[in-house]
Design a protein. Structure first.
Length: 230
């Protein structure tokens, strides 16, 4: 995952280096144009609509809504968990265009987050939790969740300008992160619930899950957007 992130960053920076050498930004007064665009985006936040508002040649405002539903598996302490990413997010962003071509931008803003990451596993054989091994019937189903705070700051870079007055259709690429604080909880519908040893082992498993998911405290945001301005 880290290697993919580095390659995408290099590609993005290389592309923006070419784009900033393009012609200067056109004079908006020469065009019959509202300065508003509507687009569709896809990326690590899922899919959703986005609107961009022209403020001045070097500043745009953006708002987007995203839905992410994605299932995978992940092995933590030799337990194979079914993992579900279930995020709904809304972003309010400010794009600053430091170069005259008005394509490369630096972005800051905030994300509203709802949902998180859920894990579940029902062992079919002996399973080790913490410092002890249990029969599957003594464990039941283990469920855990990674639930972030509702607000998170965002920072990123990208290229593309959906409200460039001389282009009705546009393509944009964004690369950034938002920083989220999250709590991890764990439960098991076990007949041993309440037993001191079992609860201590379950807490060790919760800590392992938390350490494994810490990488998502800095969540990578990679998006591609196609937009039309009016």
């Amino acid at each position: 995952m880290k290697r993919t992130w580095v390659w995408l960053l290099l590609v993005g920076l290389g592309t923006t280096t070419l784009l900033v050498q393009a012609d200067d930004y056109p004079d908006p007064d020469q065009y019959d144009w509202t300065g508003i665009s509507v687009g569709a985006k896809v990326g690590t936040l899922g899919v959703g609509p986005e609107m961009t508002f022209y403020l001045r040649p070097e500043v745009n405002l953006r708002a987007s809504f995203n839905v992410l539903n994605w299932n995978t598996t992940r092995t933590i302490d030799d337990i194979d968990y079914e993992v579900k990413f279930d995020y709904t997010s809304a972003l309010a962003l400010v794009d600053w265009f430091p170069f005259s071509a008005r394509s490369f931008h630096v972005t800051v803003g905030a994300a509203y987050l709802d949902g998180g990451i859920d894990l579940a596993e029902t062992p079919t054989g002996p399973v080790t939790l913490g410092n002890n091994t249990y029969a599957a019937s003594d464990v039941g189903t283990i469920t855990s969740s990674f639930t972030p705070d509702s607000l998170a700051p965002y920072i990123g870079i990208g290229f593309g300008n959906p409200v460039r007055p001389d282009q009705a259709w546009s393509f944009s690429f964004d690369l950034g992160v938002f920083v989220q604080n999250a709590d991890v909880v764990i439960e098991a519908d076990s007949p041993l619930s309440g037993d001191a040893q079992f609860e201590a082992d379950l807490e060790i498993e919760r800590t392992s899950i938390e350490e494994d998911l810490d990488q998502f405290n800095v969540y990578p945001v990679i998006t591609f957007t196609v937009a039309y301005h009016f």
